[in-house]
Design a protein around this ligand. Structure first.
Ligand SMILES: Nc1ncnc2c1ncn2[C@@H]1O[C@H](COP(=O)(O)OP(=O)(O)OP(=O)(O)O)[C@@H](O)[C@H]1O
Ligand SMILES: [Mg+2]
Length: 471
């Protein structure tokens, strides 16, 4: 069974109330009992003093009670008024007792003895099946003639016990009412405290991929729920952005793939239309091959990016020397550069070894260097600099080409291609994925890449990578 927060809250609250009420009840019962007993004792003592004074005749030594003229039945009918009195001799022989009493009071020999010694002694006992409280009062205090006499005055505890019993019943009633009341009250309160959570959940539930822009609107203005609503809405915003960029990526990708396919199809259809000589076929095939190669390059890039989206790359770190990697990239691009009349050089300082994924890093360095060569015109220069220090390896690729224009940071966006007029004539247009891949690779290694315009013209890319554990 699922536990209900509401139920738990209501139970805890009413349990607290119940515990508090039990404590208060116990205290008031105890206080009431003390007060009643004190009053009863005062009454008994009062009667004992008066009876003691009236019973004795210091001159003759004879004794008689000052008494109402009541029959035992009449006396029994006004129980509350009832005080029993009996005079004992020290040896336990009854000397005198109230006229309306039908039996001797229960005698506690030890109390009798103590009292005969001159003390007031209190005892509780049962008399005629009812609880009583009695006082042993030494009559010796009134004169030597009574040295051996003790008067026992008793009062029934029935009405005191009744009172306490009735009070307890009232307390139990009030207590039950309070517990039930507080349970119902807190149940209701908890309901209203939890209602916003339900409403927020309902709204969140209704939001789907298509309605991400809706967001959650209820209870945003209440301090307690503001943060929850805010966090949910921020999360929805991020989801929305991710969805949007994914959608754009797919649309751009299909668009990019379509144009080479269209070209390819046109060329092939044209070639098929008439009989051609081998020279013409060769040229069609070779230009088709170019388109196919472009297509496969784009699909490779798209695949790389798709992999990076699906939870980052599997970076297989191995001891890798980035200096060596850069040197092999530069070596492979040398011809392309010298063909264009672009000077390309490499400088490696310090130790550039570290734990990197060689394939991914190779592609990143290639993309940066190939860009530098691609965007330089004849007579301009491209430089690659690899520099290692204690914790990091830095790769700098800069050139004296046209630079990155007004928004250097945008070059990392997927499918972003800068101002075409800056691309030297004769170079094939790229797809705009190269730098997006660079950034994904560098970030997968825990590094950073920055793009900027150089002050004296040209672009500069700086990659900083943590070395990882050195081999
Ligand atoms: N060294 C550079 N000098 C000037 N502009 C650059 C340089 N490197 C990149 N850019 C600009 O940034 C854009 C994006 O570069 P990126 O490498 O991502 O794409 P691309 O080179 O156009 O295509 P791809 O690399 O996918 O074939 C380029 O189109 C270009 O406008
Ligand atoms: Mg490029």
């Amino acid at each position: 069974m699922r536990r209900s927060f509401r139920f738990r809250l209501a139970v805890r609250f009413s349990a607290t109330i119940a515990a508090g009420f039990v404590a208060i009840s116990a205290m008031s019962l105890f206080t009431l009992r003390v007060v009643l007993d004190r009053e009863l004792d005062a009454g008994i003592l009062n009667v004992a003093t008066i009876q003691a004074a009236s019973v004795t005749d210091p001159l003759s030594g004879g004794m008689s009670f000052y008494e109402w003229q009541l029959t035992p039945d009449e006396a029994a009918s006004i129980q509350d008024l009832n005080r029993y009195a009996q005079v004992w001799r020290q040896d336990g022989v009854s000397l005198l007792r109230s006229r309306y009493m039908t039996a001797d009071l229960p005698l506690d020999p030890q109390a009798l003895e103590e009292s005969a010694g001159g003390e007031l002694v209190w005892r509780e006992a049962t008399y005629l099946m009812a609880p009583i409280r009695s006082l042993y009062y030494p009559l010796g205090r009134l004169g030597e003639a009574h040295e051996a006499h003790v008067i026992q005055v008793a009062a029934s505890l029935v009405s005191r016990n009744d009172m306490l019993g009735r009070f307890s019943i009232v307390l139990v009633g009030i207590g039950l009412l309070m517990v039930v009341g507080s349970f119902v009250g807190s149940w209701w309160l908890a309901e209203s405290a939890i209602r916003p959570v339900h409403e927020i959940t309902d709204q969140a539930e209704e939001i789907e991929a298509g309605s991400l822009q809706r967001g959650i609107s209820v209870y945003a203005e209440f301090g307690e729920y503001e943060r929850l609503v805010q966090v949910l809405n921020t999360m929805l915003g991020r989801l929305r952005n991710a969805f949007e960029s994914q959608r754009r990526f797919t649309a751009d990708a299909s668009h990019e793939l379509r144009s080479p396919l269209t070209v390819l199809r046109g060329e092939l259809e044209l070639a098929l239309r008439n009989e051609r000589d081998p020279e013409e076929y060769r040229s069609v095939i070779s230009s088709s091959l170019e388109e196919v190669m472009r297509l496969s390059r784009i699909t490779d890039d798209l695949l790389t990016l798709a992999r990076s989206d699906a939870g980052g790359f599997q970076v297989r770190q191995r001891p890798t020397d980035l200096g060596e990697q850069a040197s092999s990239v530069v070596e492979r691009l040398k011809f392309r550069a010298s063909d264009k009349g672009v000077a390309l050089d490499l400088e490696v300082t310090g130790d550039a070894r570290g734990m990197f994924d060689p394939d991914l890093m190779n592609q990143a360095i290639w993309n940066l260097t190939a860009n530098a060569v691609k965007f330089c015109r004849s007579g301009e220069e491209a430089h690659v600099l690899v520099e290692g220090d204690d914790a990091r390896v830095r790769i700098e690729v800069w050139d004296t080409g046209p630079g990155l224009g007004e928004a250097p940071h945008r070059v990392f966006e997927r499918f972003y291609r800068g101002d075409q007029s800056r691309t030297p004539a004769g170079d094939e247009g790229g797809t705009g994925l190269g730098l997006a891949i660079v950034r994904a690779v560098v970030e997968a290694h825990g590094g950073q890449v920055q793009a900027a315009n150089r002050r004296d013209g040209g672009a500069i890319f700086t990659v900083t990578l943590p070395r990882g554990s050195t081999p």
